[in-house]
Design a protein around this ligand. Sequence first.
Ligand code: HEC
Ligand code: HEC
Ligand code: HEC
Ligand code: HEC
Ligand code: HEC
Ligand code: HEC
Length: 444
Amino acid sequence: MNKKYKKVNPNSYFIKNSTNFLTTTVGKIILTFALIFSVSSFAQDLDLVQGKALFNANCAACHKLDKKMTGPALRGVQDRLLKDEGLDKEWMYSWIRNSASLIKSGDDYSNKIYAEYNGSAMTAFPQLSDSEIDNILAYTAQEKAIPVVNTVQAVPANGNSSSGISNEIILGAFAFVFLLLALGLFLVNKTLRSFAVQSNIELPKTNKSSRKPLWKAFVDNQFLMLCSAILMLLVSAYFVYGFLMQIGVNQGYEPVQPIHYSHKIHAGDNEIDCKYCHSSARVSKHSGIPSLNVCMNCHKTIYEYNGETTEEYSKEFYDGEIQKLYKAVGWDDEEQEYTGETQAVKWVRIHNLPDFAYFNHAQHVSVAGIECQTCHGPVEEMEIMYQYSPLTMGWCINCHRETNVKVKDNQYYEKIHEQLSQKYGVDKLTAAQMGGLECGKCHY
Ligand code: HEC
Ligand code: HEC
Ligand code: HEC
Ligand code: HEC
Ligand code: HEC
Ligand code: HEC
């Protein structure tokens, strides 16, 4: 190679000396190679991208690459048919454009495969050009990709973790302070003693046998006893109070579910609307957990997981969870049919108000127009569902005090709004002013 070309930035060289460059034979050769190379690599990319798009749009409803569905698995189909069955490219084109007429013509292989699939007919695609079909086949000829494991650690989705950490920090800080105090006392004692020795002050003998045992000295000292008793009482009261306040408050509760169902993957990555599954949230008191039939609307065809994975949650793990779903609904994925053997899945209930409290989803979601996330937190980021809000009475009341009622486009409220504004002289109406603090509204 010419030294000149190596050293100089090819772009600036090309611009400055373009005519010069083009007229040299070396330049011409290089240019031709570059052109051929870029065009061919570009064309190859286009093949696969277009092929994939066409495949997904036209074929994916009945064919998967690696698994039998309505039709055969299509990975490497061209190789298989051309080599093993002795068919030719023309056969591929005519089959894909119109398999029915090929079958009718009495073609051997067509009739064989048609019978094998119990006479289910493949759609005709007369609109596909040769090159489009080539692209689809190029896509199906690709090697199976090995899933990349994303080594980013999953962030523990636990609402409780922050308070847990802060408790540890507080304990640690206490221990540290005590250690410093003990060290300080020891040093003070030591310095005082050395002062005493220096100034010839006689120290009381630290004769071990004459010394009172520590516990006895402690018991004899009334004041010390009193102080410790008070301290003990205070500490235990603190813990008892803390324990009592915890009862019934399950913030951060995150049980292990029978099937690892990820809201992050469904509601987050795949942007499935909450109400697709929790459809009753809009219209009824309860929001409800979807039945497994709802899952199968999608999972008849989504039989494996191909999204992001971590070390903890690998592809194998997720695929196994989908298999659990199949087992529970009795779906035989090989044969693509229900076996009739079902097992109930018992989801562990996470949010649970006591029976004496009344809460209505429709009132909050549909009438008040409150987002699910206001009460349930960033659900679309939760790998594992947990209780985000405390669900205490104080929590309900606070929000009723602070949240304005949507009065716009609501004749019923407009009237009340008017009356209440005359009474209170307010511009904005909170849920509390509408009676949201009355005991009877929330307690039966
Ligand atoms: C409506 C469902 C359906 C669609 C859509 C469909 N196919 Fe098929 N395909 C089948 C069935 C079923 C068979 C098995 C033969 C039969 O029963 O007709 C089949 C067979 C084939 C075969 C022969 C495979 C073999 O192993 O012999 C090829 C190739 C094929 N399809 C390609 C395609 C391509 C490419 C597309 C998209 C452009 C497509 N199919 C779309 C249902 C479908
Ligand atoms: C594809 C279906 C599906 C979608 C979409 C979905 N969920 Fe769920 N949800 C479930 C299932 C199944 C459970 C029970 C398993 C669990 O708790 O993880 C559940 C549980 C919950 C729970 C806890 C219920 C309890 O036991 O107290 C809440 C709260 C919830 N979902 C809110 C949401 C919100 C908010 C969205 C939208 C951002 C959403 N869900 C989207 C299926 C779905
Ligand atoms: C609207 C379509 C849809 C519905 C309904 C649906 N899923 Fe999924 N599911 C998906 C998609 C999309 C993926 C991710 C596939 C991927 O990324 O390759 C997925 C992945 C999964 C996975 C693997 C990842 C994980 O969350 O652990 C499981 C298990 C799963 N779904 C179970 C369920 C269950 C149980 C239900 C019913 C409560 C359900 N799905 C309802 C579309 C759906
Ligand atoms: C104003 C706060 C609030 C809003 C907004 C809200 N929820 Fe809830 N959600 C709750 C409370 C409180 C419970 C516990 C109810 C109980 O135990 O009776 C709950 C329970 C649930 C449950 C468990 C099953 C049940 O009905 O008891 C699901 C699922 C659920 N919510 C989903 C949703 C979805 C989806 C949305 C949005 C469409 C939503 N929530 C909006 C407060 C809210
Ligand atoms: C995020 C704010 C928010 C939270 C949290 C909340 N609410 Fe509400 N609630 C509202 C709003 C706003 C309204 C008024 C809805 C309307 O327009 O009628 C309302 C109305 C109500 C009503 C009807 C009151 C009436 O005047 O008829 C009841 C009952 C109720 N809430 C119970 C509860 C309970 C029980 C909880 C706690 C478990 C709770 N709410 C938590 C915002 C909230
Ligand atoms: C906005 C709804 C709401 C209103 C209004 C309300 N409560 Fe409650 N209350 C609740 C909820 C929800 C709980 C359950 C809290 C829990 O489980 O921690 C509760 C719990 C209680 C408890 C049990 C003790 C506790 O804190 O767990 C008592 C007693 C009580 N309420 C009395 C009242 C009285 C009296 C009034 C009227 C001044 C009233 N409540 C008004 C929602 C409400």
